[in-house]
Design a protein around this ligand. Structure first.
Ligand SMILES: Nc1nc2c(ncn2[C@@H]2O[C@H](COP(=O)(O)OP(=O)(O)OP(=O)(O)O)[C@@H](O)[C@H]2O)c(=O)[nH]1
Ligand SMILES: [Mg+2]
Length: 595
């Protein structure tokens, strides 16, 4: 047990976590050099297409240092702000974290946010500067910033190139020397483990990812889940190699998985504690704080028969992504579906894509919405999660929407342009703070809805990728808002309804119909698209009737991938055509929501 080290790699997005993990896998011989592909642990289709990590990934490695063999349990984490729940969960399973900073970018918003998470868990932090091979790397400056942030000497910071494999051994040495091994005495206690992640497997049922805190677990052990109050028998235990690798047992201090054959999806909760069945004294771990959804989207199956499939799919995805929340709802125009809560726009897009790809579901997806507070004429408070539930204007006395305190770290040269955008999105200046000589932290107050819909992409592109942001909800504020409704071929399409500030009705209405025109698949007949407010038409576009092959129009972009999609979604398409209904691919919805 003295030779075990458990650690995560944390950083801002793209700072090189998964690339560093590649070098660890190589150097420890976990994966042979000829089998390594860049970002080896990013296995999911969507991770590879988007070039980002979405899920945390545990992997067990063994490494010989000074004649001693060590077990290194690594958890690679995502850097995008929408997946910070993955980071916080991984940190509860380890004793230390590598804090990686890209030398060309310096400290960024999620460097700070993730460091905070690590500190809260009292983890040992190993500071590492990456990408020193790049010509424009600002190594000295970054070192200064990081030393000041952590209150340490600059000599403690390791400089590496994860891409070229420079100084990786030094990081492994620091892990072994600085991060403490798990507590020794715990091995004598009865078995107790924390569930930090889980996954559904069609053959094996639920696979729970655990950090064993006390005792050990073997096949045949009778266990119980404390919060869920359920019992089960262990069918298989193992390590992450990174594939599931069955073992005789896993013991205190180790990270691994157990399979119990449970198929009831609502039974296993990430953050729950597992103990031996006949143990009545062990206490539960504090568990995880619940993820707090920021935006809501309604998902409806395009074929009403798919409702049960959608429900099952959401339950399965929730096992793998506890930040997803959902609740059943019924709407006149759309039938039975789910109101889903997400941590941000990318999170919503990823889940919707996974529903489509992994479960072959065709979905109707509503415009992303925050939770609006409406005081009606009878002085009653109502919370509205979707534009389609917006009350009749005659019933509304006042409206409030959530606001955030927004912090943007940017090189000073881009700050004027960024401030301009923020102001156009109703932002109110709060303060600026300086970070070194060339960078600044802009602090603004802004409506949450403006922050979570494409704002990040905008400031990224303006700042050539150098600006980063973080935000916290500060409460509700009064707003003047209106609902824009969309009519396609004269029929109201509730999914596209949107709540906008009163003074932006016209520009938003025009923009929405134009966006729909550009993205909707043409039909056999001319299609009129209209935007209306309080029953009055404010904008209009027409899509000409289609002539040629539908598939050309249905999908833009990469043809082979779309082709595969098409195969998957064939089921039921004919039925829709016969009914003359629009069929819209998942990515088209998000294309339309993007500004
Ligand atoms: N030149 C150079 N590029 C690097 C280095 N390390 C990583 N990169 C590149 O940086 C990009 C992002 O690397 P990733 O390893 O995916 O970054 P990440 O931190 O895992 O990203 P997320 O998981 O999405 O947060 C890739 O294009 C890498 O090739 C390095 O040391 N030098
Ligand atoms: Mg990654």
């Amino acid at each position: 047990m003295d030779n075990i080290r458990n650690f995560s790699i944390i950083a801002h997005i793209d700072h090189g976590k998964s690339t560093l993990a590649d070098r660890f896998l190589e150097l420890t011989g976990t994966i042979s050099k000829d089998r390594i592909i860049p970002q080896f642990l990013d296995k999911m289709d969507l991770e590879r297409e988007k070039g980002i990590t979405i899920k945390m990934k545990p992997v067990r490695m063994s490494y010989n240092f000074n004649g001693q063999n060590y077990i290194l349990n690594l958890i690679d984490t995502p850097g995008h702000v929408d997946f910070s729940y993955e980071v916080s969960r991984s940190l509860a399973a380890v004793e230390g974290a590598i804090l990686l900073v890209d030398a060309t970018k310096g400290i960024q918003a999620q460097t700070l946010a993730n460091l905070e998470l690590a500190k809260k868990q009292n983890l040992i932090v190993i500071p590492v500067i990456n990408k020193i091979d790049l010509e424009y790397a600002k190594i000295e400056e970054t070192k200064k910033e990081l030393a000041a942030l952590l209150n340490i000497g600059e000599s403690e910071i390791i400089q590496i190139s994860a891409k070229n494999g420079v100084n990786i051994e030094k990081v492994l040495e620091a892990i072994i020397k600085k991060i403490p091994p798990p507590l020794k005495d715990n091995i004598l206690n009865p078995f107790r483990a924390l569930i930090f992640d889980s996954k559904y497997d069609p053959y094996k049922g639920v696979i729970t990812y655990i950090r064993v805190i006390d005792g050990e677990v073997k096949k045949g052990l009778k266990i119980k889940f404390l919060a869920a109050k359920e019992k089960a028998e262990v069918k298989e235990v193992g390590y992450f190699n990174p594939e599931f690798s069955p073992q005789e047992k896993i013991s205190a201090g180790e990270i691994g998985y157990i399979i119990t054959g449970i198929k009831d999806l609502s039974m296993i909760k990430v953050g729950d504690t597992i103990i031996e069945e006949n143990n009545f004294t062990s206490l539960p771990f504090p568990g995880y704080r619940e993820a707090k959804p920021m935006i809501f989207i309604s998902l409806y199956p395009q074929r009403s028969n798919d409702f049960d499939l959608l429900k099952e799919a959401l339950l399965k995805l929730k096992l793998n992504d506890p930040a997803l929340v959902f609740e059943q709802e019924t709407k006149e125009a759309l039938g039975r579906g789910f109101r889903c809560g997400f941590l941000g726009g990318l999170h919503a897009e990823i889940i919707s894509e996974r529903l489509s790809r992994e479960f072959g579901l065709d979905l109707i997806i509503s415009t992303p919405s925050v939770v609006y507070k409406i005081i009606d004429k009878k002085n009653k408070e109502r919370f509205i999660y979707s534009a389609s539930d917006w009350p009749n204007p005659s019933e509304i006395q006042s409206i409030e929407e959530p606001w955030v305190l927004l912090e943007i770290i940017t090189p000073i040269v881009y700050s004027a342009k960024i401030s301009e955008i923020i102001k156009s999105l109703r932002g109110i200046f709060y303060e600026t703070k300086y970070l070194g000589a060339e960078r600044i932290i802009l602090v603004y107050e802004m409506p949450l809805i403006e922050v979570i819909t494409n704002f990040y992409d905008k400031i990224k592109s303006i700042s050539k990728g150098f600006a980063s942001m973080n935000y916290n909800v500060i409460g509700y504020r009064a707003s003047e808002l209106e609902k824009i409704e969309i009519l396609i071929a004269g029929k109201k399409e509730e999914a596209f309804s949107k709540i906008v500030p009163k003074d932006k009705i016209l520009s938003e209405g025009r923009y929405l119909v134009k966006k729909l025109k550009e993205n909707l698949p043409p039909q056999q007949f001319e299609l009129v698209i209209q935007a209306a407010v309080r029953g009055k038409i404010i904008a209009r576009e027409t899509i000409k009737a289609r002539r040629k092959d539908v598939t050309d129009y249905l999908y833009g972009g990469d043809y082979t991938r779309k082709r595969k999609l098409l195969e998957k979604q064939k089921r039921g398409k004919k039925e829709l055509k016969e009914k003359g209904q629009l069929r819209i691919p998942v990515e088209t919805f998000f294309e339309i929501f993007r500004e």
